[in-house]
Design a protein around this ligand. Structure first.
Ligand SMILES: Cc1cc2nc3c(=O)[nH]c(=O)nc-3n(C[C@H](O)[C@H](O)[C@H](O)COP(=O)(O)OP(=O)(O)OC[C@H]3O[C@@H](n4cnc5c(N)ncnc54)[C@H](O)[C@@H]3O)c2cc1C
Length: 420
């Protein structure tokens, strides 16, 4: 079955050549190395100790945001949430590769903090500069210049609806999300429910909510995206969702009960959400970079253990069966990193190619490598690997969450193959 080719929507306005620009210089500039080391220090000093507290407490009653808010503020002060924004908004005017360098470091400390708080906020801020009018850009991003960081959340998935329907080719208006935005004079009134997996739901300062503006048209033509500040009446949140990993992040369902917002909070035109989200390969590339961080951390953790653990009178790294596993972990991490770097370079040079092919490829591959490395780490640590004392189990649980976060491995590859 053919899946919808959203690239057609894009191509009309963004003609592209089939040529692909290839980054042949892999060396980082001095500024990039400084940024990388700033992110690494921040990850080690500020993120890791907090993650340890959250993981060790193992208490579902704990609200991770109580611990992570200070991390988010400090990271925002360091420029990690405004890195990609043009300087006219108070951003650093960085390139996609810059945020990739940062997110690998943060992801090595904790992939959920990298993805939920930093990648999502940085990417949605960038989204506003791409999809918003100049009035919307000034208004929604004014906090950046004033130095008051805003945490963002984006909600498309809904309970009892397969999120993969977003990629469904069947032109049946009954398929897909049901949250509806009714135009009422100079306002929209939103009603519906968003799934329990929405990242930052209940703790964010503002939400980008996808709703239908027509229920008689197929999903691809009827989804619209709205900016909804957290304090809007009728915006309600359910209990925090418990997950197998990603303990430091916060996910919850959203209930939209006659949420009235000004019409000027519609980003782009009605029915344009699918097309506009194609403008944002940085979300998947940022996730991929964070998962390269996890893959690296799992490798380094297993390497350290293999150098210390002794069997048959020698460190287990000296047994080839273990050494070859470590070699594969290193090789796969490097391959994933280069795939992500290349996707980041493409995001800056050929955004359409990045959105349609390189970003989903990078995300799929980086998560695969993270899962494989986490599994190998559990193996190398032997029995200790399955205890809560070791970090290997955390790597594995966190890695598996990448499988379906921001679309599953299946639908990403089906979307990609349609563009080949
Ligand atoms: C950590 C995390 C954070 C998230 N954050 C957000 C968020 O901030 N906002 C938000 O809106 N959502 C969020 N989600 C939801 C996420 O986008 C969806 O869970 C994801 O897209 C998968 O959709 P689903 O769970 O509905 O699975 P389904 O679409 O129901 O799919 C179920 C299974 O069937 C397979 N499948 C479905 N259709 C096909 C097909 N046509 N061909 C082959 N296989 C198919 C899928 O690959 C999957 O294995 C998050 C999820 C996670 C895990």
């Amino acid at each position: 079955m053919q899946i919808p080719n959203y690239s057609k929507l894009w191509r009309s306005e963004h003609p592209t050549t089939k040529e692909e620009q290839i980054m042949i210089d892999f060396s980082l500039t001095l500024e990039q190395r400084m940024l990388q080391s700033k992110a690494r220090n921040f990850a080690l000093r500020d993120i890791k100790p907090i993650v340890q507290i959250i993981e060790e407490s193992d208490n579902p009653e704990i609200e991770p945001w109580d611990f992570c808010q200070s991390i988010f503020r400090k990271g925002a002060e360091l420029g990690f949430t405004s890195l990609l924004l043009p300087t006219k908004y108070g951003g650093l005017g960085g390139k996609c590769i810059d945020i990739v360098l940062v997110l690998e470091e943060l992801g090595a400390a904790d992939v959920s903090i990298a993805c939920s708080y930093f990648n999502l906020t940085a990417a949605m801020s960038l989204f506003v500069t791409r999809a918003g009018t100049s009035e919307q850009q000034e208004r929604i991003l004014s906090h950046v210049r004033s130095g008051e960081p805003h945490l963002f959340s984006a909600a498309e998935s809904e309970p009892n609806v397969a999120t993969s329907d977003l990629f469904c080719p069947i032109p049946d208006a009954n398929i897909g999300i049901k949250t509806f935005a009714q135009r009422d004079g100079d306002a929209y009134v939103l009603n519906g429910k968003k799934s329990s997996l929405v990242t930052n739901a209940g703790i964010a300062d503002a939400y980008f909510i996808i709703a239908r503006t027509a229920l008689d048209k197929p999903l691809g033509e009827s989804m619209s995206i709205f900016y909804v500040p957290a304090n809007t009446p009728g915006l309600k949140f359910g209990e925090r969702t418990q997950m197998i990993g990603w303990k430091p992040s916060h996910h919850a369902p959203i209930h939209l009960d006659n949420v009235r917002i000004p019409a000027k909070n519609l980003l782009g035109q009605e029915g344009e959400a699918a097309k506009l989200l194609m403008l944002l390969p940085e979300v998947a590339i940022g996730l991929a970079a964070s998962y390269v961080g996890l893959a690296r951390a799992a490798y380094e953790y297993a390497l350290d253990y293999a150098k210390k653990r002794v069997s048959w009178g020698r460190p287990i790294i000296e047994h080839q069966a273990v050494a070859l596993k470590l070699a594969d972990m290193m090789i796969n991490t490097q391959a994933a990193r280069l795939t992500v770097w290349e996707a980041a370079n493409t995001a800056d040079t050929n955004p359409q190619l990045a959105a349609m092919v390189k970003a989903p490829a990078a995300k799929t591959f980086a998560v695969d490598v993270a899962i494989k490395n986490a599994q190998t780490a559990v193996e190398i640590l032997g029995g200790y690997g399955v205890t809560k004392e070791s970090q290997a189990g955390k790597f594995l649980n966190d890695a598996f969450i990448g499988y379906s976060c921001d679309f599953t491995r299946e639908v990403l590859r089906l979307g990609l193959v349609n563009c080949l």
